[in-house]
Design a binder for this molecule. Structure first.
Ligand SMILES: [Zn+2]
Length: 336
């Protein structure tokens, strides 16, 4: 059977479900349980991190940039032991494709203490893309357009999310990971909120503020509830992933169905469809999880790279739509 746009959401569920399984697998890593790694780590900790004198010596010798990025003695030992274990495995004949993960991550070559340099560079690029899109919106769209401030808010939420992605990929610590997850969900949910506002709150004469405030209140409260649950009750990766997937699928279905319904009158809506379809296709990169190329570019970093052009496509749709709405509003007021 040939897949149609109606079956696409089910394909996405399947793909995202696979990602969830992979993520669960990743949490328990083979590399840090390897005998060589365990022995190296124990020796390193005993020699460098077990007495106050040793720790003083460690801090005295440590480059400032590593200290600033929070590389303590234990994490430094883990990093050095990981690479010695990888070298040992390669010498033993283990193919690169079979090198295991360590502590839930592939071995990455750090640069100036930055743990995942490729993901950091692509997160920064995504952040700049969003800043550029905010400026484009301000330049091209009058602030009287019904979705103008929604676009600005969405852009700022995205910039914030990419800042925290940069922080997390620079240094994976419990709190940076949590901030990345909370802000990533704010980005996903802001996309759904913008779609709901566009479909249900915008009228010919502008935004219906009662409906808009209602939608914004519901999604904001849901966001607060989600973050409070993760922060105060349980930081549950599976639950967080399910909430993200459900939100993304709902947004996907709404935006594709609404765009197809209106594409005759608003031909630019192909950009909305193309951006949500490509973003879901690019998620395949996460499924194709593989050891980093040159110990730098893993599937996750390529996923972050792939969202840069999509941000421009989505922004182009959003600007076209704002201009369309502004014209429709002016026309409605003239006729009224
Ligand atoms: Zn990331």
């Amino acid at each position: 059977m040939k897949p149609t746009w109606k079956t696409y959401p089910y394909i996405i569920i399947l793909i995202l479900g696979s990602i969830l399984c992979l993520l669960q697998e990743v949490i328990a890593s083979e590399g840090d349980r390897h005998k060589v790694h365990r022995n190296l780590l124990r020796a390193c900790l005993n020699q460098n991190c077990s007495t106050p004198e040793q720790l003083n010596h460690f801090h005295g010798d440590q480059p400032l940039v590593l200290w600033m990025l929070g590389w303590d003695c234990k994490h430094e030992c883990r990093y050095l032991s990981m690479w010695t274990t990888v070298s040992h495995l390669i010498r033993e004949g283990t193919p690169i494709s079979s090198i295991p993960q360590f502590y839930g991550k592939w071995p990455f070559i750090r640069i100036l203490g930055v743990q995942e340099p490729a993901s950091v560079i692509f997160s920064i690029a995504n952040g700049f893309a969003q800043v550029f899109n905010i400026f484009q919106l301000r330049k091209k769209v009058p602030n009287t357009a019904p979705m103008y401030y929604v676009g600005l808010a969405q852009g700022m939420i995205a910039v914030n999310a990419w800042i925290w992605s940069t922080v997390f990929h620079s240094r994976d610590l419990a709190w940076t990971e949590k901030m990345d997850y909370y802000c990533a969900y704010s980005l996903v949910l802001s996309g759904l909120t913008a779609t709901l506002l566009r479909i249900f709150a915008v009228r010919d004469n502008g935004m219906n503020m009662k409906v808009a405030v209602g939608i914004a209140a519901v999604t904001s409260l849901f966001y607060l509830r989600h973050v409070c649950f993760l922060a105060l009750i349980r930081f549950d990766y599976g639950y967080n992933m399910k909430v993200n997937i459900t939100t993304a699928i709902l947004n996907f279905i709404l935006i594709v169905a609404w765009s197809l319904w209106n594409i005759k009158q608003q031909p630019y809506l192909w950009k909305a469809i193309a951006s949500v379809v490509t973003i879901n296709l690019c998620l395949l990169l996460e499924v194709l999880d593989f050891p980093p190329l040159w110990w730098t570019f893993d599937a996750h970093s390529l996923w972050h790279a792939s969202t840069i052009p999509i941000a421009f496509l989505y922004s182009s749709y959003f600007i076209d739509d704002c201009l369309y709405l502004d014209n429709a509003k002016i026309k409605f007021r003239k006729e009224a």
